[in-house]
Write a protein that binds this ligand. Structure first.
Ligand code: HEM
Length: 160
């Protein structure tokens, strides 16, 4: 793996990123905009699953409105994240926060998969003014915790 990271950061793509004035801070800014688009709507959906606005807003309407935004934000965060990773691959991969960020990303992804393949299939029964089933509440809690953790680990990535 170390060889691969060294190959990445010594390559022409890494050179181009390092050699372009203001590119890195622009990537960081777009990364944050992606995070806002990803984490904001995801958390709003999680709060709906936990019961907020349950008399007014169908879970399905919340999902249809919020989750595509979240997916777009995820793509923006991943693309900018990978581009920022390349020029400092060895250093960044070596940081203590890196496995946390990656591990929590995997947990968040697995949680989404389990939720959509499981409880969400019966959403018609609890979409409006009904108590959300316990597995869906659990999925919301895991989601809130993992996206928060990824954000903290991401911030730590610049330091340690
Ligand atoms: C595969 C996906 C991702 C990769 C490869 C990635 C990688 C990176 C890299 C290389 C940095 C810059 C660290 C530095 O300045 O030295 C960073 C910053 C950051 N990342 Fe990510 N990231 C990804 C996804 C995410 C996601 C999904 C979130 C949040 C939910 C996130 C949150 C953050 C935060 C908060 C920062 C600090 C930004 C700043 O203060 O400038 N990242 N990320």
């Amino acid at each position: 793996m170390d060889d691969f990271f060294a190959w990445l950061e010594d390559g022409p793509f890494a050179d181009a990123i390092r050699g372009t004035a203001y590119l890195y801070p622009m990537l960081e800014s777009i990364h944050i905009i992606g995070i806002a688009l990803l984490v904001g709507p995801a958390m709003a959906f999680d709060l709906r699953l936990l019961g907020l606005g349950r008399q007014k807003l169908r879970v399905t309407a919340a999902a249809n409105y919020l989750l595509p935004m979240s997916r777009l934000g995820f793509i923006v965060a991943v693309v900018t994240g990978v581009v920022m990773f390349v020029p400092g691959a060895s250093l960044i991969a070596d940081r203590g926060s890196a496995p946390w960020k990656l591990g929590l990303l995997l947990i968040a992804g697995l949680n989404i998969l389990i939720f959509h393949r499981g409880t969400y299939r019966s959403v018609a029964d609890w979409a409006l003014d009904r108590a959300t089933p316990m597995p869906a509440r659990l999925a919301a809690a895991v989601s809130l915790a993992s996206w928060s953790g990824i954000t903290v680990a991401g911030r730590f990535l610049a330091y340690t």
